[in-house]
Design a protein around this ligand. Structure first.
Ligand SMILES: C[S@@+](CC[C@H](N)C(=O)[O-])C[C@H]1O[C@@H](n2cnc3c(N)ncnc32)[C@H](O)[C@@H]1O
Length: 273
């Protein structure tokens, strides 16, 4: 794939898929029926946002200063007991399909999508707000934050906070001079290892073999990650969701593309005290 094809592929990611979004929702009452889900065509934005550039972001100076109550109102009451805080992070969540798919599977786990593009993040927030109204008591455990995951993760999450991190269909950035924009790199993996609990899992999916090789190459070389055994992958209820729950995964399916998935676990740091 060349640069022009990459651009076309990414613009394709922004085409309207509102009917797919609607299919995932079952309305429970007449009032709920009247609550409209957002439509992608009203949230269009350029396909790429430079992750290295200085955008204007609001972010906490440290994780303790972050107020999650606006994202997950009354979380403690809903979890019943100690709330562990955000445990799953969907990095570059796009239009939020994975969060919506995982929400009912892990009803007491807080999950956050991180998305750099303003309007795409707005779409996910509006989608979740509509789903919460349509389905009383559901989807309260998912939310989305506009952020640059390449810069602010340690501001958001204390050490070992996360138990799962997802990198589904990340931008491939084919050109060599843009490889520094890729969301998986040796330096960033060390940050992800910091945020992940020991035995936490990091999931990747892509339709680009070259990017799959890049991601698994760096993950396998990193001392704090180990590839998961096939039997553990087969037993993981999240794995089937990696292929088709996101909008980009669904687009690859429509186009008959191949999908490459990997799962790594965070191992103990043998040098840690
Ligand atoms: C190709 S889309 C895939 C979206 C989604 N994971 C899916 O499978 O449909 C990649 C997404 O990652 C977002 N992204 C890229 N770099 C990011 C960063 N540094 N922080 C947060 N989001 C980022 C992009 O804006 C885009 O929405």
């Amino acid at each position: 794939m060349n640069a022009t094809e990459e651009e076309e592929r990414d613009i394709g990611c922004d085409t309207d898929g509102s009917e797919e979004v609607s299919q995932s929702v079952k309305s429970s009452s007449t009032t709920a029926d009247s609550i409209a889900l957002p439509q992608k065509r009203f949230y269009r934005q350029r396909a790429h946002s430079n992750p290295i550039a200085d955008h204007c972001f609001e972010y906490p100076s440290d994780p303790q200063s972050m107020d999650w109550s606006t994202h997950y109102p009354n979380a403690e009451l809903k979890v019943g007991g100690d709330c562990r805080g955000v445990e799953f992070a969907d990095i570059g969540c796009g239009y939020g399909g994975l969060l919506i798919a995982l929400s009912p599977l892990f009803p007491k786990t807080l999950m956050l999508g991180l998305e750099i593009r303003v309007k795409v993040c707005d779409f996910v927030c509006d989608r979740i707000a509509a789903l919460r109204l349509q389905n009383e008591g559901q989807y309260w455990n998912v939310s989305c934050l506009r952020s640059n995951a390449m810069k602010y993760l340690p501001n958001l999450f204390p050490k070992s906070q996360l138990t799962k991190m997802f990198f589904l269909f990340p931008d491939p950035h084919f050109k060599k001079q843009k490889h520094k924009w890729r969301i998986i790199s040796p330096q960033l993996l060390s940050e992800y290892a910091y945020c992940l609990a020991v035995e936490g899992r990091l999931y990747t999916a892509t339709d680009v073999q070259q990017l799959h090789d890049w991601m698994t190459g760096h993950l396998s070389a990193h001392p704090l990650f180990e590839s998961l055994d096939q039997s553990d992958i087969d037993a993981d209820p999240v794995v089937p969701k990696l292929f088709d729950s996101t909008e980009e995964g669904q687009k690859v399916t429509r186009n008959g593309g191949q999908k490459f998935v990997s799962v790594y676990r965070r191992v103990k740091d043998s040098f840690a005290q």
